[in-house]
Design a protein around this ligand. Structure first.
Ligand code: AMP
Ligand code: GLY
Length: 425
């Protein structure tokens, strides 16, 4: 079988690495791909907004299945465009991807179907939002309803912060049209986790839960990034909690989408807060998470090609929790110092040849110039290690990361600690 993967990050490299382990996969293509991906797949530079040229490429190369990594092609309707041409693609339609593209839609859906989430109100009018905020208990969270590259949620501890947030979003339009509508919601306390379920439109299959580290500095301090590291499984999600999440959130979400005429196929990513009142949805995404995918896929004891193909064709026969290896996985992200603010790139990366064979080195922002590999982004590389315990996976990932060097290299020193503490309780 010939597979095409769309995207260029660590998530896509990890997906391609897993696909390359399937004996049913003969050839992998990637648009646009990255330096790491190019050793496993044939890469082609086409803009992900150019659906017509992507479809031509799929037809020319007789590609059997296309897998979409990032959210933008999904929310722009690439699945609808493929379906119109009778081409197989893994991912939700534009209508189903609305779960990520519009927080106003997803909050409304949860409200209508009794799916637990933070209480909220939506606003299109700045003055109404301002009046509402005055007198509200803080902290609370102000969110741009549309896609804002992971930056659209602002936790506000005081009234002056929330007033500043709505001004920036609604008047200064810092997230452009994504901020046309604003969601103001209750602040939830608890532990965060990410859970992924693949649906074929009728049934779903759940992957191991993971935890992500969004803030740039140790102790979850500093601004949020795309993700500084992840690990799986997530210890606070034991089998009872997983059943509760399935019953209260996963199953009703897919059922609600079907009922609304927006049947969901592809992977659904649910960002959760495990509160004292039980699990609640922070947000939905219509794609795999980055860097959660890098930690989860090496644990998956199933063929990712078969899962994605069966999802695209609607061939699942039951709901299930997918088999995972009895191991712990940790993904450590190496960044260019200064990220997510100003940073410099173009520095040679050395030591990649010293890393152990079983360690996965996933590329996110690198560039090959002749035979040298250079840093070329905020998030540069991911080091993924598996071990019998989370502590061992962490120690191994950090010792492997020590072998890799480039100017301004930075990583958090505490990835995994929250989970390790849990095991030591
Ligand atoms: P989002 O873009 O909605 O995933 O939010 C980004 C981050 O903001 C989440 O990972 C949480 O850390 C935080 N956050 C969002 N909504 C809430 C909430 N209602 N209560 C507490 N924290 C939140
Ligand atoms: N790790 C969070 C995300 O992929 O949005």
């Amino acid at each position: 079988m010939k597979i095409l993967v769309l995207g260029s990050g660590g998530r896509e490299h990890s997906i391609i690495l897993k696909l390359s382990q399937s004996d049913k996969v003969d050839k992998i293509y990637a648009i646009p791909g990255n330096t790491g991906i190019s050793s496993l797949a044939e890469t082609k530079n086409i803009s992900l907004t150019d659906h017509k040229s992507i479809i031509e490429f799929v037809k020319e190369n007789i590609i059997d299945l296309t897998i979409v990594g990032p959210e933008n092609p999904l929310t722009n309707g690439i699945v609808n465009d493929f379906n119109n041409e009778n081409l197989l693609i893994f991912g939700p339609s534009k209508e189903a991807a609305e779960l990520e593209a519009s927080k106003a839609f997803s909050k409304g859906l949860m409200n209508r179907y009794g799916i637990p989430t933070a209480d909220y109100k939506t606003f299109n009018d700045y003055d109404e939002a301002k009046d509402y905020l005055t007198g509200q208990k803080h902290p609370l969270v102000v969110k741009a309803s549309g896609l804002a590259a992971g930056k659209g949620a602002i936790v506000c501890h005081r009234l002056e912060d929330s007033l500043k947030a709505i001004k920036e979003i609604m008047i200064d339009r810092c997230f452009k049209d994504a901020g046309n509508e604003v969601v103001i919601e209750e602040f939830m306390t608890g532990e965060e986790a990410s859970i992924f379920a693949i649906s074929d439109g009728n049934y779903y299959k759940i992957l191991a839960p993971a935890q992500d580290h969004k803030a740039v500095f140790d102790g979850d301090k500093g601004p949020n990034t795309g993700g500084m590291g992840s690990y799986s499984p997530a210890p606070m999600i034991n089998s009872d909690m997983l059943s509760e999440i399935e019953r209260k959130i996963i199953e009703p979400t897919f059922a609600a989408m079907k009922n609304e005429g927006r049947t969901y196929k592809g992977v659904l990513f649910v960002g959760l807060m495990i509160t004292e009142e039980g699990p609640k949805v922070i947000e939905y995404n219509c794609r795999f998470g980055d860097p959660e995918t890098q930690a989860i896929l090496p644990l998956l004891d199933a063929d990712l090609f078969e899962l994605t193909m069966e999802s695209a064709k609607g061939k699942f026969t039951k709901n299930e929790i997918l088999p995972m290896k009895d191991l712990h996985s940790l993904c450590l992200v190496l960044t260019s110092g200064g990220y997510p603010n100003k940073y410099f790139t173009g520095y040679e990366i050395t030591g990649l040849d010293k890393v152990d064979a079983e360690t996965q080195i996933i590329h996110a922002g690198t560039k090959k110039v002749e035979d040298r590999i250079l840093s070329n982004g905020g998030r540069v590389l991911n080091v993924v290690c598996l071990a019998k315990s989370l502590k061992d996976a962490k120690d191994k990932a950090y010792s492997e990361a020590d072998k890799i060097n480039f100017k301004d290299k930075y990583c958090r020193s505490d990835i995994g600690n929250k989970g390790i503490k849990y095991y030591e309780k």
